[in-house]
Write a protein that binds this ligand. Structure first.
Ligand code: FRU
Length: 537
């Protein structure tokens, strides 16, 4: 609620000064040289960021004709949240992005909140033709004036369509396509085609549960079922759901996975994304998961509102996920300018057995290889104290990938890697075998006075029991993503050192551990000198 009061405050402020409902908001432009080069302090070099101004949730992720579309919650007039638009970018490889003009502007029905996009290949909506079927975006209208007036029906669902591969968008004239039944939080539609029941299915976040709707044509939605009032975490509002089938690795079994973001009430405070594993019969989602057990897609503090791409071709078959790398506790005040927020690296989700039962695994997409530069192999060695390995590398560790395998584990050890700078600021990514916990410790990683909720150590329980501990780490100027034990545990955290981390140290406390194998690889910037983004491999 607090977050939404804050939203409302910003919204009113912006309406009072600069907001207008025509298409006045500027398209992505770079003014200063630093902006052109995407070289400002804390600017990620291989993660997606908007050219400038505010960004939150990824939206409308859909693959079409060799392009991955990424839309995103965007306020082009400020670096804080405000009247929401859909920003837009495309990529051929999920790594290099080309920024495109804003796709959807607020209109008389409201701001354009989160939602999804589908390729309506059979033109069920009639918004394109059989020969040229449309892309259809399904999103939430947020009527800020209705909210201000204390109404409870100010969020409705609308659609827009494009018949030129997402380059221009037209709103459907009969919007909204799904009215509000009198519930304040009624938003973030994710739509998919369900072949068995031959209908479009929409999953919608409704305060403390989700609702499923079905439609033959993306326009006439009727309610199918509800799920979740008595399942999972309920410390805040449910937002940004997703629902999709997955094969269990190495088996023929198919299960359905539901992603569900929650704010506040996340694992470490503020925002986080939980998931459920179950079955879906075209009408109802069911799960055997104990009602009070909560599974988290990420154990860090900075992966929110993540959903998956639709229309990825069957011969690819991947379930590709991307989240917003921030947290509503401090997203509006992190020390970056003239842009705010980055997305996670795109990740492939799989479903696998662990010592704890079925779990969703995440791994960075293989396309990351297009930006891999030089690699330094680390020698097999015992680590009984801190070993600074920076001198072995001929490239900066600021944007790099580490793949480390540790053996000789015992319960007194606490080991991992530390990034640091000359000012004594440091970030630790490690594992404590006594507690069977991975962690990212950003408590001394630099700037933190912008929010009392920022500094801290974020831990994750280990999912597999093995004498080998694996850490796959991506670090990009101001973020770290740990994929531990083949992606069974993920921790995503952002950080803001006063100067970039340029030292890399291996450490073990409480006894020696063996580094069985290790490599450090330079990851190259995706930005061109001109500030546009390379979209050719
Ligand atoms: C999640 C969210 C969504 C909403 C959007 C507004 O971060 O609160 O529920 O649609 O952001 O920008």
């Amino acid at each position: 609620m607090r977050t939404y009061l804050l939203f409302l405050f910003y919204a009113l402020l912006c309406m009072a000064c600069s907001y207008s409902q025509d298409n006045k908001a500027s398209d992505p432009v770079a003014d200063t040289q630093a902006e052109k080069d995407f070289q400002e302090p804390h600017r990620p070099q291989f993660h997606f960021t908007p050219p400038s101004m505010w960004m939150n949730d990824p939206n409308g992720m859909v693959y079409l004709n060799g392009e991955y579309h990424l839309f995103y919650q965007h306020y082009p007039d400020s670096t804080v949240w405000g009247p929401m638009h859909w920003g837009h970018a495309v990529s051929k490889d999920l790594i290099h992005w080309e920024h495109l003009p804003i796709a959807l502007y607020p209109d008389s029905l409201g701001y354009i909140f989160s939602g999804s996009a589908v390729a309506d290949v059979n033109n069920t909506s009639g918004l394109g033709t059989q020969e040229n079927p449309p892309l259809v975006a399904i999103y939430t209208y947020h009527d800020a004036q209705g909210a201000k007036a204390g109404r409870n029906d100010y969020q409705t669902q609308g659609i827009a369509f494009s018949v030129d591969h997402g380059r221009s968008w037209e709103k459907y004239t009969e919007n909204p396509v799904l009215k509000n039944p009198g519930i304040q939080d009624f938003r973030d539609p994710k739509v998919f085609w369900h072949e068995d029941s031959k209908q479009w299915v929409m999953i919608l976040a409704v305060a403390d549960h989700v609702e499923l709707y079905g439609a033959p044509d993306l326009k006439q939605w009727r309610k199918l079922s509800e799920f979740g009032k008595n399942h999972g975490a309920h410390g805040g509002v449910w937002e940004c759901p997703d629902l999709f089938p997955m094969k269990v690795e190495g088996q023929d079994t198919e299960k359905w996975v539901m992603l569900l973001s929650i704010n506040p009430g996340g694992l470490h405070g503020g925002s986080a994304t939980q998931y459920f594993i179950g079955d879906f019969d075209g009408k109802t989602f069911t799960t055997d998961q104990p009602a009070d057990s909560t599974l988290w897609i990420d154990y860090g503090k900075d992966n929110y509102a993540g959903v998956t791409w639709s229309n990825v071709p069957d011969n690819d078959g991947r379930r590709i996920f991307m989240g917003w790398m921030s947290n509503w506790q401090y997203a509006n005040v992190v020390p970056t300018s003239p842009w705010r927020s980055a997305m996670t690296i795109p990740r492939v989700l799989t479903l696998g057995e662990t010592a704890q039962g079925l779990r969703v695994f995440s791994q960075p997409v293989k396309e990351l290889e297009v930006i891999r530069g030089e690699t330094t192999e680390l020698k097999k060695q015992d680590i009984s104290e801190s070993i600074n390995i920076t001198e072995q590398l001929s490239f900066p560790v600021t944007t790099s990938e580490l793949v480390l395998t540790f053996e000789g584990i015992n319960s007194s050890q606490d080991f991992g890697v530390e990034f640091s700078n000359a000012q004594g600021q440091k970030l630790r990514i490690g594992y404590q075998h006594g507690e069977q916990k991975f962690y990212v410790d950003r408590s001394a990683a630099g700037k933190q006075d912008f929010s009392a909720d920022f500094a801290g150590i974020h831990t994750a329980p280990r999912m597999v029991s093995s004498n080998t501990v694996k850490m796959h780490i991506l670090t990009d100027v101001a973020s770290v993503e740990l994929f531990a034990d083949d992606g069974s545990v993920v921790i995503t955290d952002i950080f803001f050192p006063e100067e970039d981390f340029n030292q890399l140290t291996l450490y073990s406390e409480g006894g020696a551990v063996q580094l069985a194998s290790g490599s450090v690889t330079a990851l190259q910037s995706i930005w061109k000198e001109t500030g546009t983004v390379q979209n050719d491999k």
